[in-house]
Write a protein that binds this ligand. Structure first.
Ligand SMILES: Nc1ccn([C@@H]2O[C@@H]3COP(=O)(O)O[C@H]3[C@H]2O)c(=O)n1
Length: 260
């Protein structure tokens, strides 16, 4: 149902539809009807592999098989942890007429799932990938520590907009200044869980001050009790007080918003 809604949505030139899938997962649709998915978490594999505190609280609103039917322009992953690279969901995608772009440890996981090498493109900080006329992906800094040394953030340019999905990262003012100097960012998607080295809501506000986007969407909250803290209300309050010129968009699960 959610995907039907997204497919029926008219996206005007110069706009991108952003659909929040929960945790760090997002699905983007451009005016030219290109779909890009990033870090979707479809299953409950974190509880199975890590333990009961990692049981998912929110249902997945999309089936991997349905996503497959969208004929994605790109399936992007910021790193290999299961809530970003869902091995259960990925093997349920039957046709797989799309390419994965992900850091090397993630590519290794895909190969273990028997995804052909021809469909796995490794990316690292500093890489740029152009896909057709209207989609460019830049792999940028992320610091997720020893848990995922090759983790990246991703800057996605599509339909005349620039979206920066920060991936899982700590706060690093110097690195964020470099990114702000390189890209004119419309939307930042920032983790706020404050666990396993990730930024919390205060860090996300400080990052927004440096990156200076038009709007910011918080993510990585309330999905897995063991790994999804995050004070959304505190984030919204701090944004209102400190950065009133930047629009925070708190998205509910399955919500679709238009970025212009
Ligand atoms: N006991 C644990 C706790 C956490 N984890 C993983 O560590 C990751 C840190 O951030 P993440 O990438 O959102 O996902 C976490 C778990 O997969 C794990 O594998 N075992």
């Amino acid at each position: 149902m959610l995907l039907t809604k997204l497919q029926q949505l008219q996206v005007d030139e110069g706009s991108v539809a952003i659909c929040f899938l929960g945790q760090a997962g997002f699905l983007f649709k451009s005016a030219s009807e290109q779909y890009v998915i990033i870090d979707p978490y479809f299953s409950n594999v974190c509880e199975e592999r890590i333990g009961p505190a990692f049981k998912r609280l929110m249902p997945s609103l999309i089936d991997p098989e349905q996503v497959d039917e969208l004929k994605l322009a790109a399936y992007l992953m910021t790193h290999h942890h299961e809530d970003h690279l869902d091995p259960v969901g990925i093997v349920q995608m039957n046709n797989k007429a799309f390419t994965f772009y992900a850091p090397p440890a993630s590519i290794d996981c895909l190969k273990e799932l028997d995804i052909p090498t021809s469909r796995c493109i490794p990316i690292a900080e500093g890489d740029t990938v152009r896909i057709g006329d209207d989609l460019t992906i830049h792999a940028v800094f992320a610091d997720h520590g020893e848990l995922a040394p090759d983790a990246v953030g991703l800057v996605i340019e599509m339909s005349g907009t620039t979206i920066y999905h920060m991936g899982d990262t700590c706060y690093d003012a110097e690195a964020f200044h470099r990114i702000a100097d390189t890209f004119d960012i419309d939307l930042v998607i920032a983790p706020i869980n404050g666990k396993f080295g990730n930024m919390d809501e205060t860090d996300a506000v400080k990052a927004a001050e440096i990156l200076n986007p038009k709007c910011i969407i918080p993510c990585h909250f309330w999905m897995l009790p063991g790994n999804s803290g995050g004070d959304v209300a505190g984030f919204l309050e701090q944004m209102r007080e400190k950065l009133p010129h930047i629009q925070p968009r708190f998205m509910t699960l399955g919500e679709i918003t238009l970025l212009r």
